[in-house]
Design a binder for this molecule. Structure first.
Ligand code: HEC
Length: 133
């Protein structure tokens, strides 16, 4: 009798643990709500200088289509700062978020005239959005 209760309790804990793991994975894989929020923030804060549509060039900022998976400073034909080329960071959610949070701290000497995005869930949402472009 007593053992059964313990077994039921353990089963319950396992279900709870699995539930929490799947929540974390959903966040890492970019929940649709975060992508949506990131898209709005990008439109307000970044789209004056950057496009995410493939093929759009001639803006002050470099085209960000497919930026996740690219090495910093390598989009052909864009004239980057030496600092961005020397940084040679692999753009992915974490590095993008760090750059968006404080561009001048992450890449000292960058040409990007943007002071940074203070709220962590905002910068995470923009990074999330960018990984889907
Ligand atoms: C006023 C114009 C401007 C704004 C606003 C701006 N950027 Fe930039 N961005 C630039 C410029 C210029 C560069 C090139 C920097 C360099 O070479 O050091 C750049 C570079 C970048 C890079 C590096 C890309 C690469 O190919 O290595 C990323 C990522 C980026 N910006 C993301 C953003 C995001 C996200 C926002 C909004 C939160 C934003 N930028 C806002 C002008 C801007």
């Amino acid at each position: 009798m007593h053992n059964n209760k313990i077994r039921r309790c353990l089963a319950g804990l396992t279900v709870l643990a699995l539930f929490q793991v799947s929540q974390v994975q959903a966040a890492a894989a970019c929940a649709p709500a975060a992508v949506q929020k990131g898209s709005q923030l990008f439109a307000q804060e970044c789209s004056v200088c950057h496009a995410v549509q493939k093929g759009v060039t001639g803006m002050m900022g470099v085209n960000l289509n497919g930026v996740a998976g690219r090495t910093s400073g390598t989009f052909p034909g864009f004239s980057y700062s030496q600092a961005m080329k020397d940084k040679a960071v692999d753009w992915k959610a974490e590095s993008l978020q760090a750059f968006i949070t404080q561009p001048q701290a992450f890449v000292p000497g960058t040409y990007m005239p943007y002071t940074g995005m203070a709220a962590a869930d905002d910068s995470a949402a923009v990074a999330c959005f960018l990984t889907q472009q």
